[in-house]
Design a protein around this ligand. Structure first.
Ligand code: ARG
Length: 591
């Protein structure tokens, strides 16, 4: 990513000055800059740990210098920088950096006047392929992970100003449609005139599968149906549309609840494009025939792609080749992301290798990646299932979350302080936010254990804890009685937000880290880092609030408001709100 404006980014600006200093002090050396947040306040706020690497590189060149000497030479060349108040070089050769309090005060003042700004990054056209369930099979928890992660990645990119296309690559074109359509014809002979009442698509699927397995005649008809469908015969397209609609309606219910926006572009969309792909691969001699199948063997891959089956049909591989080409050339995207479970990594490695072999893209120009994730496990650490061993329907899972969240709010008598509308808003924010946050706060690539009790716990790193913290800060501001216009006036009159108490400064520094977290996230796509940030921000706020009065009541009953602290509360809440929104969690002002 190319950053155009670092906005609040501290790391970005420190990196700039340190790179300059190193280049000037050691022009012959090129080692990557090592800059981190200090692990402990006694080492300052940030640390530059490049001196060791440079010292080693110098030694290799025949000029030995101790890391501490190297560090001193770097510091001597540091350009003037408003962010830094002082540096320190302990004997080991680290460079401890202390932030300038003036700078912190100025940044916070700016946020209070102009809101939370994110760094501007050179715009890229990104396609995020996520959710992507299969028709006729209910969306399950695996698709839930993809939905939550894909949506958060899309929100992140939208927040930094990228041009994002969210695509739902629904499995709507496989051979299973043959038997579904044949079954539909039998069950609803009148289907041309009226919309068939398929009802539950899963049982409909089971019925047709049973016939398919037991009845040779039916099986033959099913195959014929596939061919006719893939030739776009109107009657078959109508039946197919009806079936897809049932699935679409139930999926949309889930998306609506979770505030997910998606453009459906399923495998069917690529039917004609798949034909073109086969032609391209054939003329360019990329296909090898084996037992009637046409295979492609991409460089460095163990398993070939099946581009055409022996019956002439296309496969999941074919549709992904077509989708890849479409996204690169018709959509002109320069960053492609596939949010799909880690179990499919081999499939994507092979597809991407094929794309490179075909010269469709090269890695220096475009970023094409599989963003994988681990499994959702039950509390028994086995694959998440219902008690009776069936896959859990997403809708049931969400409903159960809502039920438990309402129960919890009532247990705590929260409902007594809220209007019915506020209660519903809080209940849904807790339930859906809890489910999303439980997913996002775990390292994406690992499995995680799904537990309602854990996600609805108001202690620890959970959405509920954060939502409470957020609502509490909002209520502090509300109950101070200070009007919005008074706050604005204060912010306007104080270009630097006056901060002096160590806990005020600590909180302000944590607020200011937001831009850096976002910048790193755009590169790593590891959303748990944003969750960790939010959690630290909330606990830093708690520390601040327990030591610093925001509103003081005297014995006589008069109240004094510490305006600078109140503004700091507001800035903290606004930062939390922005972060929660990136995660797709709805902050509510009352909880
Ligand atoms: N429908 C597939 C599944 O449920 C996921 C599709 C992911 N996207 C893709 N372009 N292959 O396994």
């Amino acid at each position: 990513v190319v950053v155009k404006d670092f906005a609040g980014s501290i790391m970005g600006r420190l990196a700039d000055v340190f790179k300059k200093a190193i280049k000037e002090a050691f022009p012959s050396i090129s080692v990557p800059l090592v800059l981190t947040e200090a692990s402990n306040a006694k080492f300052g706020d940030y640390q530059c740990n490049s001196a060791m690497g440079i010292s080693a590189a110098l030694k290799a060149q025949g000029t030995a210098k101790r890391p501490a000497e190297v560090a001193a030479e770097i510091v001597a060349k540091l350009p003037a920088c408003p962010l830094i108040s002082k540096t320190e070089i302990p004997p080991a050769g680290f460079i401890n950096v202390y932030l300038n309090e003036e700078f912190i005060a100025k940044q916070c003042g700016e946020i209070s006047r102009h809101g939370v700004k994110l760094p501007t990054i050179e715009s890229r056209r990104v396609i995020v392929d996520f959710s992507s369930p299969n028709i006729a099979k209910e969306m399950h928890v695996g698709h839930l992970r993809s939905t939550i992660i894909g949506d958060a990645i899309s929100r992140l990119f939208e927040a930094v100003g990228f041009d994002v296309l969210r695509l739902n690559h629904i499995g709507d074109w496989g051979t299973q449609f043959g038997m579904l359509i044949a079954h539909l014809f039998d069950r609803f002979p009148n289907f041309q005139k009226e919309t068939p009442a398929i009802g539950d698509l899963q049982s409909f699927y089971k019925e047709s599968k049973k016939r398919f397995d037991e009845d040779a005649d039916f099986k033959k008809r099913a195959y014929e149906c596939v061919v006719k469908l893939q030739n776009f015969e109107p009657e078959f397209i109508k039946a197919w549309t009806d079936i897809c609609n049932v699935s679409r309606t139930s999926n949309n219910e889930v998306y609506d609840k979770l505030d997910i926006v998606l453009n459906e572009r399923g495998e069917s969309y690529y039917q004609t494009r798949m034909g073109a792909i086969v032609e391209e691969l054939t003329t360019r001699s990329f296909l090898r025939e084996e037992e009637g199948r046409h295979l492609m063997f991409p460089t460095g891959c163990d398993i070939p792609l099946t581009v055409v089956k022996s019956d002439g049909g296309f496969t999941y591989d074919t549709s992904d080749l077509a989708a890849l080409k479409n996204r690169l050339f018709e959509e002109n995207a320069d960053w492609l992301i596939y949010v799909v479970d880690a179990g499919q990594s081999l499939h994507f490695d092979t597809i991407f290798a094929a794309g490179r072999d075909l010269g469709w893209y090269d890695e220096t120009q475009k970023r094409v990646e599989h963003v994988g994730f681990g499994l959702v496990l039950g509390e028994d650490k086995k694959k998440f299932k219902t008690r009776s061993g069936e896959t859990v329907r997403l809708k049931d899972l969400l409903d159960e979350g809502v039920r438990r969240s309402e129960e919890k709010l009532k247990e705590k008598n929260r409902d007594k302080e809220m209007t019915p509308e506020e209660l519903v808003a809080a209940r849904d924010a807790v339930a859906y936010g809890g489910i999303k946050y439980a997913d996002l706060s775990h390292t994406r690539t690992q499995d995680y254990i799904f537990s309602y009790d854990r996600m609805l716990d108001d202690k620890g790193n959970t959405a509920v804890y954060l939502l409470y913290a957020y609502a509490r800060i909002r209520s502090i501001v509300r109950q101070s009685g200070v009007s919005e216009s008074d706050m604005t006036a204060f912010a306007t009159n104080n270009e630097h937000l006056p901060l002096s108490h160590p806990k005020e400064l600590k909180l302000a520094k944590q607020v200011l880290k937001f831009s850096d977290v976002i910048l790193q996230l755009v590169d790593t796509l590891m959303l748990h880092t944003l969750c960790d940030y939010l959690y630290t921000l909330s606990s830093t706020f708690t520390e601040f609030y327990s030591e610093c009065y925001v509103v003081e009541k005297s014995k006589e009953g008069t109240t004094t408001v510490n305006m600078n602290r109140l503004v700091l509360c507001d800035v903290t809440a606004n930062t939390m709100e922005k972060a929660l929104r990136v995660l797709g969690i709805r902050p509510v002002p009352k909880m």
